[in-house]
Design a protein around this ligand. Structure first.
Ligand code: DP6
Length: 324
């Protein structure tokens, strides 16, 4: 009753920003992401009759508190599905530097769902696995697939039609992502809290939701045609719209720091000089830059020399969940 799985994190090009059901995590809009090879979590789950509670080790440290509670609540879903009441030993190793501003929860819950269901003897389809993973962390449901994936919000209130579907595999297109790590990365509002506050109070929220269907249609054409300018322009604009909703919230907030803006402006200046590069930003101050392989050196050199930038982590499209 033991299994190991590996899952990569993903970066949303069309953001998930808003829940219509917080307990089983149902979103207010479809989202679309690219799975990245550079950042991943490897998790081993072993169900064991002799345990009297779950145990969770992350990077070799025993975890308690909120992080433990989220893991054990998720294992409870797996136990219910399997109809078995056995506790588990969970060991996760993160290759997602928290400083890079990637939600390790995406690769974390995808790996936990895959290893946990396999260990308990469930043989889920990718669709079932994605639907389950969604309940650990929304964005994680997209990490079941490699390459480009879309999370369909669904319409049913039991969540049975809310899961990710593959759009194009990792080898469809060698598009690159540079994670720009800033020296000061203090995050004040978690994505969960920020999303909730935006839905409940921002007058810009409805405008955000109304703009999604067209962004999705256009970006999917761009991905199929490998049209970098189209994909980049839509992703950057979609990110700016998401961040605009936070300025309208009550109390208002932003994830941006001064260096975040400096990186954004640098990318726009690079474009003016003929280097195609676009940015996107999640619920934190770090910036992710989309570019094509032939511009890698230029992008990396320009960004690493900016004051306030401490590191650049480069990534290619990554694979979906694998079992080790
Ligand atoms: C800005 O998936 O971390 O990165 O479902 O509450 O766990 P929960 O939220 P989470 O939110 C991710 C928000 C985002 C956009 C995205 O990844 O689509």
């Amino acid at each position: 009753m033991k299994a190991t799985a590996k899952a990569h994190t993903n970066i949303a090009l069309i953001k998930y920003w808003g829940k219509r059901n917080e307990s089983i995590i149902l979103p207010t809009n479809n989202s679309l992401s690219l799975t990245l090879d550079g950042f991943y979590t490897t998790t081993t789950v072993a169900f064991d009759d002799s345990l009297s509670e779950d145990r969770f080790k992350l990077d070799n440290q025993l975890i308690a508190g909120d992080q433990y509670n989220r893991v054990t609540a998720f294992l409870e879903l797996i136990r219910k599905m399997a109809g078995k009441h056995i506790y588990a030993d969970v060991e996760s190793v993160n290759d997602v530097p928290t400083a890079a501003g990637f939600a390790s929860s995406a690769s974390g819950f995808a790996a936990l769902a895959a290893a946990g269901t396999k260990a308990i003897g469930l043989n889920l389809t990718n669709q079932e696995l994605s639907q389950l993973t969604r309940q650990g962390s929304g964005s994680a449901c997209r990490s079941i697939y490699g390459g480009f994936a879309e999370w369909e919000m669904g319409t049913k209130e039991d969540g049975s039609d809310s899961y990710a579907v593959p759009i194009a595999p990792a080898d469809h297109w060698d598009i690159r992502v540079a994670a720009v790590v800033l020296s000061s990365t203090k995050k004040k509002v978690s994505s969960r809290t920020g999303m909730k506050r935006t839905v409940e109070t921002s007058p810009f929220f409805q405008g955000w939701i109304d703009s999604i269907p067209n962004d999705l249609t256009q970006i999917k054409h761009g991905i199929q045609d490998r049209d970098f300018q189209k994909v980049g322009e839509i992703a950057e604009a979609n990110c700016l719209k998401m961040h605009a909703t936070t300025l309208g919230a009550n109390p208002p907030f932003t994830y941006w720091h001064d260096t975040t803006l400096a990186v954004m402006q640098t990318i726009q200046e690079m474009r003016a000089q003929g280097i195609p590069a676009y940015f996107t930003i999640d619920a934190g101050p770090n910036v992710k830059v989309l570019y094509l392989p032939e511009h890698e050196k230029n992008v990396e050199q320009t960004l690493i020399n900016l004051p306030g930038v401490s590191d650049i982590r480069l990534s290619k499209p990554g694979q979906g969940v694998t079992y080790l």
